[in-house]
Design a protein around this ligand. Structure first.
Ligand SMILES: C[S@@+](CC[C@H](N)C(=O)[O-])C[C@H]1O[C@@H](n2cnc3c(N)ncnc32)[C@H](O)[C@@H]1O
Length: 862
């Protein structure tokens, strides 16, 4: 099928893999009802004294709003979902919601105080995101709601809508990614924001073309990477690479051109890019996740102030790495689903402090004017072991491993009271390189930046300022942290979220390092160098890994299902293990620590352990460019692929043995360039998934007798469609519908006899059937635009069979009925008697259809 939004729409025929493994979040789950046996079931307690005390003290909301804040926080979170704008029928779905369901549901009673049953989120562009005021129980309450429930279930299953917490949709909007941007999503799993970013990259792409940009989606957790791959598969993007790194050590892939083999250079093989830099970076870091309390009420029980303290360090490191990888002029969004200032404003302040004047915090409030948000805090306190700390000087020595100066509004360590190293004057640096002393904030300031102090006079002024504003009990940040955005639940009936938008104005101070914390302070390593992986990993991952693996690839998804279950559990349904594995992905290992500082050490150790395990993955094959000229030519010849479609250099596989390649993936120019760079830098990027599955080897008996060993995969069809000149036919609406209805039709049974004849003349093997909506003239080459509907089929010896799953056929039929509803009756009258009889008997006599081709088609459809 053609197009994305504005052109490159991904059809339902491509979503087979996705839906086969996707939990339907709208379906009934055991947890919908309390257990019927006598076991003691109690609702989650929605009270935590430490929580109350903490956030009251932080003045997270004005005192007079406290009660409503708590009241809303205790209420289950209403569902929200997004229409996937990359699907071919997104406009139909939106119109169904606007014109049909909004009206039919209007009279239904919803939660108290809510007037509308469903409504578009006013701040989300083009009515593509919706808020729903019914719980799943209510959805089954009556017929009108049941119909809506069915709609949600089906569209979710097909992949046309995605359930996503409303506030989680915000960060990608502020990232403002364009189709030509290189985007890094540092902590991407399970991938709801990556999906949005891909939609942005692909928007307005013409059918058969690819954007210049790309997305690298990274996550440290292998299992969650699988979830990410699974989620993003629906986008069918050739512009995506999924990687598995600690974000704080994400490799920059710096290429020393001197190291390139001279013969490579001679062969014009030098990569177009010599390091990885991004136009946009999304830094949606692991957090304590108390913004998701409404969705994961078990957090009430587990919450403690140490959760945020334990994550601050990692959050700073990840954000700093993101800024190092950001191009000058580029934008980075830092976000969390936590309300805690230690994880939010303190992190933002610390990166500003470290970056001097090279990074600015943007005021983007005018960009989504209808999004209600609160300004970031300028002052806050740190709580450790039940004690309030107003300033780092209050931190007992023995706690300085866990409590960092950067957690406080001033960021001052007070280690050397008279050293002008940090503090309220962002971007001000002493002339000596105090970062070498281990002062957390001095490295950023220890280098000449635009704002650096040039003269002794200025230093004198600063010292006098610091003396005047010496430690007060109430510290206040002098950064414009009010530009940060805090979304609180009672403003828009959502979860809570924090967002800060940063722009890189100039290179980071030259020796600003990859910071590690020692004794409560940041010290520097070189930010631009990726952390050296253990030797064994380098050895074991010799070659890019791609997922799923050639053998039993899809099995990996089953392992991820439990994650989906946890994340998407309905309100009130979170088991004890689900803490933090919310859609916005809190980290349970980290959140359960008490802020002793051990958390991150544990995390780091776990991280290393994980890496080592990953290095020993079995079934991980290297990614190689597919260059087998004979196979490429046979594919080109069989499908008549136009020369204008670049195949050479864009095909990758995981098998260097050309004869045993099962799947061939297509990569965009941008991904190609990154892969090439990665080869040159010794494969620093640990790639778990790359490329759009485009060709699959035929393995069935009939398949192997086809003149071409490879069929076109449903995922790759939209991209290839405009370039296919052979094995492609245009079917009338009635024959197209018959194919979807009966799945296999004998040549003689097509209503359009001419079409049946043409079909019988196709070569044995894979073919493409395009719906003629009345605009195609049979003698002309088939015209493809964003609305073109096409399905992959198998031309057997006596029939044509669809290679589209039953549910996709069903959905397509429904959509056709919506579009061409008026013609339905007359079409039915045209149905050939033989087919009607078969249908009437509900038996497709397999003896009457081409057995072989059906077998092939079934094998393909799975
Ligand atoms: C808040 S969730 C991300 C949610 C995601 N952006 C989305 O919208 O679906 C945080 C993610 O960070 C990952 N993570 C934790 N520590 C990390 C690290 N050091 N580097 C990279 N990812 C990390 C977790 O595995 C988790 O998937």
């Amino acid at each position: 099928m053609g197009g994305g939004r504005g052109g490159n729409k991904r059809g339902r025929t491509q979503r087979r893999h996705f839906k086969q493994h996707r939990e339907n979040v709208w379906k009934r789950s055991k947890s919908d009802n309390p257990p019927s046996d006598n076991s003691t079931w109690e609702p989650f307690a929605t009270e935590n004294i430490a929580f109350n005390e903490y956030y009251k003290e932080q003045e997270i909301v004005p005192e007079e709003e406290w009660d409503i804040f708590m009241k809303v926080l205790r209420k289950p979170l209403p569902a929200a979902f997004r229409i996937n704008s990359s699907t071919q029928f997104f406009e139909d779905i939106r119109s169904q919601l606007e014109n049909d369901f909004m009206k039919s549901l209007a009279s239904e009673v919803t939660d108290e105080g809510e007037v509308e049953a469903i409504r578009p989120l006013p701040w989300y562009p083009e009515n593509l995101a919706w808020h729903l005021n019914f719980s799943r129980m209510q959805l089954r309450k009556n017929q009108t709601l049941e119909r809506f429930h069915e709609f949600l279930k089906q569209e979710n299953e097909i992949g046309n809508i995605t359930r996503q917490e409303a506030v989680s949709m915000v960060p990608p909007l502020f990232l403002d990614a364009h189709p030509d941007h290189f985007v890094l999503d540092m902590c991407a799993a399970p991938g709801s924001k990556t999906f949005q970013l891909l939609e942005m990259i692909h928007q307005s792409t013409k059918p058969g073309s690819l954007p210049d940009g790309m997305v690298i989606a990274n996550d440290v957790d292998v299992q969650r990477c699988n979830l990410l791959i699974h989620q993003t598969k629906r986008m069918c993007s050739a512009n995506l690479i999924v990687t598995n790194h600690e974000a704080q050590h994400f490799p920059g892939c710096h290429l020393d051109k001197n190291c390139i083999d001279a013969s490579d250079l001679g062969n014009n093989k030098d990569p177009k890019i010599n390091k990885l830099l991004f136009d946009r970076v999304l830094c949606d870091v692991p957090c304590s996740g108390d913004g998701t309390l409404r969705k994961a009420p078990d957090i009430w029980r587990k919450w403690n102030a140490g959760m945020g303290n334990g994550l601050h360090r990692l959050q700073v490191l990840i954000a700093m790495r993101g800024l190092a990888l950001l191009k000058v002029g580029g934008r980075m969004v830092y976000s969390t689903c936590s309300m805690n200032p230690v994880e939010n404003e303190a992190v933002v302040a610390e990166v500003l402090r470290r970056c001097g004047g090279s990074v600015e915090l943007l005021d983007v409030s005018s960009e989504l004017p209808q999004l209600v948000h609160r300004p970031g805090l300028k002052k806050w306190k740190v709580r450790d072991k039940g004690i309030w700390l107003a300033s780092y000087k209050d931190v007992p020595k023995y706690r300085r491993d866990g409590i960092m100066s950067s957690m406080f509004p001033s960021g001052r360590s007070f280690k050397e009271e008279k050293t002008v190293s940090d503090g309220p004057h962002e971007g001000i640096a002493p002339s000596d390189n105090t970062h070498e002393t281990g002062n957390p904030n001095s490295s950023a300031n220890g280098h000449q930046t635009d704002n650096n102090i040039e003269s002794k006079q200025e230093i004198g002024q600063l010292e006098s300022f610091l003396n005047q504003s010496d430690v007060s009990d109430e510290e206040m940040s002098s950064f414009p942290l009010e530009r940060c955005m805090r979304i609180v639940p009672h403003d828009q009936n959502t979860g809570a979220f924090f967002i800060a938008v940063l722009r890189k104005l100039s290179s980071l101070p030259a020796t600003l390092g990859n910071h590690t914390y020692q004794h409560g302070q940041l010290t520097s390593e070189n930010l631009d160098l990726p952390k050296q992986l253990p030797d064994e990993i380098i050895k074991d991952t010799n070659g890019l890994a791609i997922n799923p693996s050639e053998d039993g690839a899809d099995n990996q998804y089953s392992e991820t299902t439990s994650d989906v279950d946890l994340r998407d559990k309905p309100e009130g349904d979170s088991g004890p293990d689900s803490l933090g594995i919310c859609e916005e992905g809190n980290e349970p290992e980290e959140t359960q620590k008490d802020g002793s500082g051990e958390t991150d050490h544990v995390r780091e150790k776990q991280g290393k352990g994980r890496l080592q395990i990953q290095g020993k993955w079995r079934g991980v094959d290297p990614v190689v460019f597919f260059k087998d000229e004979a196979t490429i030519s046979s594919i080109k010849e069989f499908y008549g692929i136009r020369e204008s479609f670049p195949l050479n250099g864009h095909l990758v596989t995981r098998n260097s043995d050309t004869h045993h390649v099962k799947r061939i993936y297509y990569v965009s120019e941008s991904v190609h360039d990154v892969l090439k760079l990665n080869f040159h830098v010794g494969q620093q990027l640990k790639i778990t998934s790359v490329g759009l599955k485009t060709f699959e080897r035929q393995t069935s008996k009939e398949g192997t007798s086809s003149a071409c060993a490879f069929r076109i995969s449903s995922e790759g069809l939209p991209l290839l469609l405009p370039y296919i000149t052979k094995q492609i036919l245009c079917a009338s609406l009635v024959d197209f519908k018959h194919l979807l209805q009966y799945r296999s039709i004998k040549f003689a049974d097509f209503v359009d006899a001419e079409f049946g004849k043409k079909a019988s003349n196709l070569m044995l093997g894979c073919c493409v059937i395009v719906l003629n909506k009345g605009d195609q003239i049979s003698s002309d080459p088939i015209q493809v635009d964003a609305s073109t509907l096409a399905i992959g089929c198998w031309k057997g010896r006596t029939s044509v069979s669809v290679m589209v799953s039953a549910i996709d056929c069903q959905e397509l039929l429904q959509r056709l009925s919506v579009h061409f509803g008026g013609k339905e009756d007359s079409l039915m009258q045209e149905i050939k008697p033989s087919i009607v009889q078969e249908k009437a008997g509900q038996t497709m006599n397999s003896a009457e259809v081409d057995r072989e081709s059906e077998t092939v088609a079934q094998a393909i459809v799975g």
